[in-house]
Write a protein that binds this ligand. Structure first.
Ligand code: ADP
Length: 341
């Protein structure tokens, strides 16, 4: 598909270049032709003047037909100009053909990457959706075929199905969130907002989950503003805090801080949880990447989308997200933004 598009675009570029070149050549040809004729006439007048000792020649004026010799010379010169222009246009055609092909490739590359990325996203998403849907369908079909199914058995199946549906709902919400941040690039509604306040709101949202695991959240804050969207910043902090709670042992604590360092606003979320293996660190921000499926499944099962959403939100806010972690010791996620105050 992109090969054909590239060739078409090359031809369009080439057509434009050649049109300009031909118009230019045509103009040059006309001007040069007239110049050659003018030069021939002047030369003839000068010769005549010399011949008649400075008196105007009796039979020659500026619009008299040129003698045959001069006419032949002009025709020769015009033919020469025409040939030169033809050769120049051939060289331009070859040269600009190569250039147009390279340029077309360069123009199409971002679109090509975007389309590949979309295809990958769709296939990843449908793969992730298919597994829980198949499980749900199988469990419902088995229950339906079970003649001895009693009320408590049916309730158990329904409650398992509701859990699956909840997971599917969470997945579709995450997918929507990701596409939303990917498609809008979301900078239209950016204005100075308090990062400190956004993180407070996120902590407020996560506190019930943390309480369930008896995890304490310590928040060290200084007032820092960033240019952005407060909902996006709250979402970002919620993702980091949710992970910190999810992958921490019961009874542990989290250290959250918002500070200003030079011209940067820095958000940091540190936990003393299970940590991340060095081999997984470079990939945890990839879509659908789960460091350890078995372990992750037990820890309130994620789909590996949270950190890719967080990364996208950080990028939309011209920020950077990074992580330092050691298995068994804990992880520190840091997001830096350009400060707005
Ligand atoms: P998930 O929904 O699976 O948590 P994320 O994209 O949020 O997806 O995280 C990707 C992976 O990174 C997780 O599966 C987990 O293995 C790892 N991870 C993220 N945050 C932490 C953390 N605070 N501690 C340990 N591992 C983490």
């Amino acid at each position: 598909m992109f090969k054909t598009a590239r060739i078409r675009l090359t031809l369009w570029y080439l057509l434009i270049i050649m049109m300009v070149s031909v118009i230019f050549s045509f103009t040059i040809y006309n001007i040069q032709g007239r110049e050659v004729e003018r030069f021939a006439r002047q030369r003839l007048i000068r010769t005549q003047l010399e011949l008649y000792h400075g008196n105007p020649p009796p039979f020659f004026s500026s619009d008299t037909m040129l003698p045959r010799l001069e006419q032949d010379l002009i025709r020769d010169a015009e033919a020469h100009i025409l040939l030169s222009l033809f050769v120049a246009n051939c060289v331009i055609l070859v040269f600009s053909g190569v250039l147009a092909y390279l340029l077309a490739g360069k123009t199409l590359r971002p679109i090509q990457n975007m389309v590949y990325e979309q295809h990958r996203f769709i296939s990843d998403a449908s793969h992730e959706l298919r597994t829980p849907l198949t499980a749900l369908k199988t469990s419902l079909e088995v229950s339906l075929r079970d003649r001895d199914l009693n009320l408590s058995g049916a309730k158990k199946t329904i409650s398992e199905s509701v859990q699956d549906v909840n997971r599917l709902q969470a997945l579709s919400e995450n997918l929507l969130q990701l596409t939303q941040y990917q498609s809008t690039n979301g900078r239209n509604d950016h204005r100075p907002v308090s990062l400190t306040q956004a993180v407070s709101e996120a902590i407020h949202k996560i506190e019930p989950l943390a309480k369930k695991k008896n995890i304490t959240i310590h928040y060290h804050k200084t007032p820092v503003m960033v240019n952005g969207n407060s909902y996006g910043l709250v979402d970002l902090a919620v993702i980091l805090l949710d992970n910190a709670v999810k992958y921490s042992h019961s009874g542990s604590s989290l250290q959250v801080s918002v500070q200003r360092k030079d011209r940067l606003a820095v958000l940091s979320v540190a936990d003393r949880g299970m940590g991340i293996a060095a081999k997984d660190l470079p990939r945890i921000f990839d879509r659908f990447y789960r460091a350890d499926t078995a372990r992750t499944k037990t820890a309130r099962g994620g789909y590996g989308l949270g950190l890719s959403i967080a990364k996208k939100i950080a990028e939309v806010h011209r920020g950077k997200i990074s992580v330092e972690s050691e298995p068994g010791t804990g992880s520190v996620f840091t997001v830096t933004f350009p400060a707005a105050n």
